[in-house]
Design a protein around this ligand. Structure first.
Ligand SMILES: Cc1cc2nc3c(=O)[nH]c(=O)nc-3n(C[C@H](O)[C@H](O)[C@H](O)COP(=O)(O)O)c2cc1C
Length: 362
């Protein structure tokens, strides 16, 4: 049982992104958060636990501070751009009916109720630079010791731009996020919900390497993570990792699994374009990818931290990612559905008498 003295806020998927941005929790929950056993580091920085929120649910600083009070220690500020951009129309979050999704599932069906997985369709909206920079500065100052603020950035392609200009835009965003006080930068190399090349960089190893290099050049020693998508083919994964590894400290995976979505009355939604499926159904494929990339980088002698993302909602799911070789485990869907998920995971870990990999390291 978790005792909370304040009502808990949740993202309201029936309302717009802007409404949810404007109605971020303004009261911080008051509850006992058990410590997470072991000692933890991510990309060289000490952190109180391996539990984090990936880019998505934390629309602004108030959402970051809210989840920081609920037992998450790596807070990823939702992807920002070098200029403002509106969100796609509703639905932004559409429940889907599938127990599991991977490269063998070209489409999934809409579901009348949420059973752990949904199609995500935001298009990476962003506020103006000055707004997010001010917010990041204030958020960083309000976090507790051992809690890290990562800022997710993406380049915005303009008509007529070549890859070099897009890479410069990524780097510019990253530099501004680092200047605002981000502990860590995450470059989003995978957004299945945009059709331009900024969404598919993880499938273009040379371009991803250029973006990673230019970003590293401007952020200095700031820890730097690349967020990548679903890479079922090990040779593709190796090409990407070899290209970005000289410039990044870590890789977060996966940014959902892209499929078409069919409505309950049988037509293709989102004009037939793919959308990223997030939540429970992606867990097995994301753990498999984490394990396979860990084995590959160890074999190649490449030093990178890994962040497991996709479908985690229990202590066993978190342990599965850690066993697969991840240093951090992030939850978006589960934390949006149940804001107490990290507290419950901590309680389970506290009562578990088995030894954990992190106990041995320390
Ligand atoms: C509401 C929502 C918004 C998201 N927005 C972003 C984003 O802006 N940038 C990004 O890299 N990933 C985004 N994602 C993907 C998540 O970071 C994460 O990779 C994905 O949800 C899988 O984790 P989960 O199964 O725990 O939800 C979003 C996901 C959700 C649910």
């Amino acid at each position: 049982m978790v005792g909370v003295n304040t009502p808990l806020s949740r993202y309201d998927r029936a309302r717009s992104y802007q409404w949810n941005y404007d109605h971020a929790p303004n009261q911080l929950p008051d509850l006992e958060v058990p410590p997470y056993r072991g000692s933890w580091r991510l990309c060289g920085l000490p952190v109180n636990s391996p539990l984090g929120i990936p880019a998505g649910p934390l629309l602004n600083g108030r959402w970051c501070l809210y989840y920081a009070r609920l037992g998450f220690d790596l807070l990823t500020y939702k992807t920002v751009r070098s200029g403002s951009r509106p969100c796609y129309e509703l639905p932004n979050l559409l429940p889907v009916a599938c127990a599991t999704v991977d490269e063998h599932h070209p489409e999934v069906d809409e579901s009348p109720e949420m059973n752990g997985s949904w199609a995500v369709s935001f298009g990476m909206p962003s506020s103006e630079i000055e707004v997010w920079q001010r917010d990041i500065r204030a958020t960083k100052a309000a976090l507790a010791p051992g809690q890290l603020l990562s800022v997710s950035v993406v380049g915005t392609i303009e008509e007529g731009w070549d890859m070099r200009r897009l890479a410069d835009d990524y780097a510019r965003c990253a530099q501004m996020a680092a200047d605002a006080g981000a502990d860590m930068i995450e470059a989003n190399f995978s957004c299945p919900n945009v059709s331009t090349c900024d969404g598919q960089l993880f499938q273009q190893p040379d371009d991803a390497g250029l973006v990673a290099k230019l970003t590293r050049d401007v952020i200095g020693q700031t820890p730097f993570v690349a967020k990548v998508g679903h890479l079922p083919n090990p040779a593709d994964a190796q090409r990407l990792i070899e290209s970005i590894a000289p410039f990044v400290n870590g890789v977060a995976m996966t940014n959902s699994i892209a499929t078409q979505v069919r409505s309950q009355d049988g037509h293709l939604l989102f004009s037939g374009q793919k959308r990223g499926i997030c939540g429970k159904a992606t867990h097995a494929a994301s753990v498999r990818q984490t394990e396979s990339i860990r084995k590959m980088i160890d074999r190649l002698g490449i030093r990178l931290d890994l962040i497991g993302v996709g479908g985690a909602s229990t202590a066993a799911d978190v342990q599965r990612y850690l066993d697969a070789g991840a240093q951090g485990v992030h939850m978006a869907t589960a934390a949006m559905i149940d804001p107490l998920v990290a507290v419950k995971i901590r309680q389970t870990v506290q009562h578990n008498t088995q030894s954990f990999p992190s106990d041995e390291k320390n």
